[in-house]
Ligand binder design. Structure first.
Ligand code: FES
Ligand code: FES
Length: 159
């Protein structure tokens, strides 16, 4: 079945079954492999993308459910204000270890910062608790989100 989906600002015409997960469309049809497969059951967060700015698990998002929502992936998150700050903070604090979970971590953190420019610890825990990191980078992730929030405060710009 044919669908048109908008990913990172561009429209893509795809021909897949309606129940195909967005994750497979991104990786296998569109060749955007920055979004990772971890569990396939909305349990790990590795596959997180944004749908109209909201962090969404693409492994359980059927392509037929997307409609005209804007999909943003890790390939384009650096073009958003919050995503740019998060990526810089990740580099400044050297968050990444093996890296496998980090696309999803960056996407969840960017959605948080865009909606809440000054998140407290509880806000961070709430937004990030579904993103699992087997390397245990949680402490650096929390610090990097705060670092990005401070840079938002310094420039007077949120999200
Ligand atoms: S692969 Fe989607 S949440 Fe784990
Ligand atoms: S950095 Fe290795 S799983 Fe998170």
């Amino acid at each position: 079945m044919a669908f048109t989906i908008k990913v990172n600002g561009a429209e893509h015409r795809i021909d897949v079954d309606g129940d195909t997960p967005l994750l497979w469309v991104l990786r296998d049809v569109l060749g955007m492999t920055g979004t990772k497969f971890g569990c396939g059951m909305a349990l790990c967060g590795a596959c997180t993308v944004h749908l109209n700015g909201a962090a969404t698990r693409s492994c359980v998002t059927r392509v037929e459910s997307i409609g005209d929502a804007a999909v943003t992936t890790i390939e384009a998150i650096g073009t958003t204000a919050a995503g740019r700050k998060i990526q810089k903070a990740w580099l400044d604090l050297e968050v990444v270890q093996c890296g496998y979970c980090q696309s999803g971590q960056v996407m969840s953190a960017s959605a948080l910062l865009a909606s809440n420019p000054r998140p407290n610890d509880a806000d961070i825990d709430n937004a990030m608790s579904g993103n699992i990191c087997r390397c245990g980078t949680y402490v650096r992730i929390r610090e990097a989100i705060k670092h990005a929030a401070r840079s938002s405060a310094a420039t007077g710009k949120g999200g």
